[in-house]
Write a protein that binds this ligand. Structure first.
Ligand code: SF4
Length: 499
């Protein structure tokens, strides 16, 4: 008898409900009946709802600043079903009037163009700038109400939340000649659809390719979200047959002990799907640990608190099942700026952490958003001390297309690390990382073989990432963003004005 089965038999209350809901292998598109059965399972397994933290400030109904939500109560805002109905989005099949109307309702007559407002754009010019940006972007637009409510609509161009998710044509710069979609070569390292096997002991499982909010700098822009004018997405649908091919590969590859469940975003898996994946991984003998990667805690933390939604119950249920099996499950989330954090985030973290879950955060360093010591220091403290999340990684932005205006030189991330180290406890200090182009994996930013600050080229090796012998002794190169003069040259060339 396998260990998980023994554990289930020792927990008869959970087993009975689980037998109803999960022993029958809930398919990804679960029926109404299986949803009800699963509800019984998590009702047995989940702890009672907690009172709000004394430090949380429920009086701050920040979403009411948005005119269309001025009458929305806290209970409504917390509700996941209200959230899904109020997502702000735009893609190739949307009527532009919808987004235009929403933007017109939040924007002032004039929007600062320069930080001191010596130049301004009219509201109409700014909305056109957004739509022209959407036409160029690699990501479709989708924003959760929690995020939308945290944008400073009086000065959006300089707002660190706005700039992560809403493109402006006037900010987009020509791509670096070495930037490509799928810059990390995930497709090259995928033995089956939606499973990246790059490190000897770790696999990245992509069960879904949609997210609650789309980030302009997404490294998986080749697959995530709806098609854009520039990218036909390589969608990864939540289909059991595709998932099972990935699970079989993991089962047949005993050196894989660690699995990252990402996407897209696991937040757009149903609770049943999340429970199914968790249980399936726990039952694979060689899998010792796994993480559920989700920006949901950052962009829609209200869902965790919604008493009528079971995603967080499913997550905690999986966590407890893993512990009982002698394994580890964790949540990896993605918050880049302290302005993204609210009392809702604090309460959501509290619920998960008091449920025993380990949560780690992965930030991306982004030009004009968080690329300074003060912001990253404040973020680390907010994560570690207010939310009790491990500030695990700060990433150099990947070399994917359409993100040149958001990338920073390697020197910036090293300078920030050097200035922060020593100012905060070592165990709260993130690793400052470059995810090497062409699939070299993550390396400490300062661990380069060489870094020419004039050309902006840094070189790394990754001895443990052998790619089955195809990557042995490979040298990986990361390129800083082009300096302004080179950018001007590229722009002129694209316009046919330089030779
Ligand atoms: S949440 Fe992650 S996968 Fe989704 S768009 Fe953002 S970076 Fe990409």
């Amino acid at each position: 008898m396998r260990r998980v089965d023994r554990i289930q038999q020792s927990l008869p209350g959970i087993l009975t409900a689980r037998q109803l809901a999960l022993r029958t292998s809930i398919p990804p598109h679960s029926s109404v009946a299986s949803r009800a059965q699963y509800s019984q399972a998590v009702a047995v397994a989940a702890p009672a709802a907690e009172e709000p933290s004394s430090s949380s400030n429920r009086a701050d109904e920040f979403w009411r600043k948005v005119p269309m939500w001025k009458d929305v109560s806290t209970d409504e805002f917390i509700s996941w079903s209200w959230t899904k109905k109020n997502v702000v989005e735009h893609h190739s099949r949307s009527a532009p009037e919808n987004l235009k109307g929403i933007l017109a309702s939040v924007l002032p007559d004039y929007v600062p163009f320069t930080s001191n407002a010596s130049l301004v754009q009219s509201r109409e010019e700014f909305i056109k700038d957004i739509f022209d940006g959407i036409a160029e972007s690699s990501m479709s637009l989708r924003i959760m109400p929690h995020v939308f409510s945290h944008i400073n609509w009086q000065d959006p161009r300089h707002d660190p939340v706005f700039r992560q998710f809403i493109p402006l044509k006037s900010l987009i710069q020509p791509d670096h000649p070495k930037s490509v979609y799928d810059s990390l070569h995930e497709n090259h390292d995928s033995p089956v659809s939606g499973l990246v096997h790059r490190y000897p002991d770790k696999a990245l499982f992509l069960p879904i390719s949609v997210c609650p909010t789309y980030c302009l700098y997404c490294t998986r822009s080749y697959a995530v979200g709806a098609d854009t004018s520039d990218v036909s997405k390589q969608q990864m649908k939540p289909i059991l047959k595709r998932w099972e091919a990935a699970f079989k590969y993991i089962e047949d590859t005993p050196q894989i002990t660690d699995v990252v469940v990402s996407g897209g975003d696991a937040y757009y898996l149903s609770p049943e799907q999340l429970a199914y994946i968790g249980e399936r991984l726990i039952k694979i003998p060689n899998v010792k640990k796994f993480r559920i990667a989700s920006k949901g805690l950052g962009v829609a933390p209200n869902r965790i608190l919604d008493p009528n939604d079971q995603w967080s119950d499913a997550l905690l249920w999986v966590h407890r099942l893993a512990l009982k099996a002698g394994k580890r499950a964790a949540l990896h989330t993605h918050i880049n700026h302290p302005n993204e954090i609210s009392w809702v985030t604090e309460e959501a973290c509290r619920k998960l952490i008091e449920g025993g879950l380990t949560i780690r955060n992965q930030s991306v360093l982004l030009h004009g958003i968080n690329d300074n010591v003060q912001t990253i220091s404040k973020l680390i403290r907010a994560l570690a001390e207010d939310l009790r999340i491990s500030p695990y990684y700060v990433y150099q932005c990947d070399m994917v297309k359409k993100v040149e205006h958001l990338r920073t030189p390697l020197q910036t991330i090293m300078d920030i690390e050097a200035k922060i180290r020593g100012s905060i406890a070592g165990f709260d200090m993130p690793q400052f990382i470059v995810d090497l182009p062409e699939g070299g994996g993550k390396r400490l930013a300062g661990s380069y073989l060489s870094y020419d600050r004039d050309t902006g080229v840094s070189r790394y090796m990754a001895p443990a990432v052998t790619g089955g012998g195809t990557k042995e002794n490979k040298v990986y190169e990361y390129y800083d963003p082009l300096p302004p003069t080179a950018q001007m040259d590229l722009t002129l060339r694209s316009l046919g004005g330089a030779d």
